[in-house]
Design a protein around this ligand. Structure first.
Ligand SMILES: Cc1cc2nc3c(=O)[nH]c(=O)nc-3n(C[C@H](O)[C@H](O)[C@H](O)COP(=O)(O)OP(=O)(O)OC[C@H]3O[C@@H](n4cnc5c(N)ncnc54)[C@H](O)[C@@H]3O)c2cc1C
Length: 443
């Protein structure tokens, strides 16, 4: 039997990477996944709200099964990129014929406002990684006082609100939304977790305040209110006395602090709305006011890691706009705007292709389609004999622990035993050192 096959590196083991790798391996490709984290799962493990036990466990099972696909190898605790353990050129030198980047969107978007550096001002990503126990964020300290602003209008804003309401139990959470109630992006299902804490009188007052702006562009005020309140009948009972309210049509301007550098408020500018090319836009009125809070969390989306070593523009990696291997009309191919040429053999999928877009199901489909684009590209090449000895030699030289499929299985068993012992639904070791030590302890 020939040892020849195509040889592909997948960077990242979130939903996109896992399903891409499985698709490639099922088509006879030798696939190696390199993952920054010890565990696979990406944001399914470290983003999705921790109390969604059944969803998370279901996904973990699917990922563990995907890892068993013949022809697929997993190396966790290995970061790829310009400042990583291995560069893209290292992967090329090791003989990989294509590299599929499914590293998510690891950069953070800030608005560059005065006061963003203050203690008590956070980006959602850091907080989400913290409460989901991703090292090293698991050990970081977050300071919340009594009143928190969460800037954003999507599901991540609601996850942060949920955490502040149910776990931190602050007195008040204010969702600060740039546009109006008709433009919110969250799902009813996510609202159900926090709707019992929603201050309905404050919501009525807020709708009365913003109604003239909505009506000026022909929006139906009552219909928007109904959509937000649709979550009420199935709402989860309140577990704290936190008051949750919205401030619509407000763009953050600066974070104010006292002489001890403690946050005292979020200054916002009021907005009006206009419609351009069918899209509702917010425009500042010049009127500024202060929302009294002692912490601010920005849940305004992520961008890709612009230190990864591939060209970026805005929040995204640059893609080939005239793809050679489009799938459903989408380009998965990397492009170098300096040379105006595709970057040979480099592809993106999932949140690395389009930052902060879609749920796990979407990332799964995008990963699979990204793999299909790679499979088409491979048809232009000849199979090789993958030099696995060269790869293991290179990994050994890194002088760090590399986590394998069987280590992932062991860790899952150890954490499940620990959860059982402690009477918890789920348990995670909070540092890489602890995880590695536990894996080693069972040999
Ligand atoms: C707060 C939050 C809550 C969410 N809740 C839900 C929900 O309830 N339900 C739902 O369906 N979806 C939810 N999502 C969306 C879902 O998590 C994403 O759609 C999905 O995880 C994106 O998958 P991905 O594989 O593209 O990226 P990611 O999941 O981000 O995976 C990226 C992977 O790449 C690895 N990586 C990063 N950089 C490198 C590197 N340089 N080298 C090697 N590896 C690297 C990471 O370790 C990670 O394993 C949520 C997202 C967030 C942010």
């Amino acid at each position: 039997m020939s040892n020849e096959s195509y040889y592909v590196a997948v960077v990242g083991a979130g939903p996109a990477g896992m399903f891409a790798a499985r698709e490639l391996a099922r088509n006879g490709v030798r696939v190696v996944i390199f993952n920054r984290d010890i565990k696979p799962g990406g944001l399914a493990e470290y983003g999705i709200y921790p109390d969604k036990f059944a969803m998370k466990e279901g996904l973990r099972t699917q990922f563990r099964q995907a890892l068993e696909t013949p022809g697929l190898t997993y190396f966790g605790n290995i970061t790829i990129g310009a400042s990583g353990d291995l560069h893209l050129d290292d992967l090329r030198a090791l003989g990989f014929q294509a590299i599929l980047v499914t590293a998510g969107a690891q950069g953070t978007k800030w608005l560059s406002l005065p006061g963003e550096h203050l203690t008590g001002v956070y980006h959602a990503k850091g907080l989400v990684y913290h409460y989901n126990q991703l090292p090293p964020y698991s050990k970081e300290e977050f300071h919340f006082g009594k009143r928190s602003a969460v800037v954003g209008a999507g599901n991540v804003m609601l996850d942060i609100a949920r955490y502040l309401i149910q776990k931190i139990k602050v007195d008040e959470v204010v969702a600060v939304v740039r546009r109006g109630p008709a433009e919110v992006k969250f799902d009813k299902k996510e609202m159900e977790y926090v709707v019992a804490n929603l201050d309905l009188r404050a919501l009525d007052e807020e709708f009365t305040r913003v109604a003239p702006v909505m009506q000026a562009i022909g929006q139906d005020v009552e219909a928007s209110k109904t959509i937000i309140l649709e979550a009420l009948p199935k709402g989860m009972p309140a577990t704290s006395r936190t008051r949750f309210r919205f401030e619509f049509l407000a763009s953050p301007v600066q974070i104010l602090s006292d002489d001890k550098d403690l946050v005292t408020g979020l200054e916002v500018e009021d907005n009006i709305l206009s419609v351009k090319d069918g899209e509702v836009k917010a425009r500042g009125t010049g009127n500024k006011r202060v929302i009294k809070v002692d912490s601010v969390v920005f849940a305004i989306g992520d961008k890709v890691d612009d230190s990864f070593g591939l060209p970026t523009a805005g929040s995204e990696f640059v893609k080939n706009l005239k793809p050679r291997f489009p799938i459903e009309g989408i380009s998965y191919e990397a492009f170098d705007p300096e040379t105006s040429l595709p970057i040979e053999g480099v592809f993106f999928a999932g949140w690395s292709r389009q930052a902060s877009t879609g749920l796990v199901g979407y990332a799964r489909k995008d990963g699979t389609n990204g793999a299909k684009a790679v499979l088409q590209y491979l048809q232009t090449l000849k199979p090789v004999v993958p030099d696995e000895a060269a790869l293991s030699g290179r990994l050994k030289k890194l002088g760090k622990s590399v986590v394998t499929q069987s280590d992932v299985r062991k860790l899952a068993e150890l954490e499940s035993e620990e959860a059982h012992k402690r009477g918890l639904e789920s348990f995670k070791f909070g540092t890489n050192e602890e995880m590695l030590e536990k894996i080693m302890s069972v040999g």
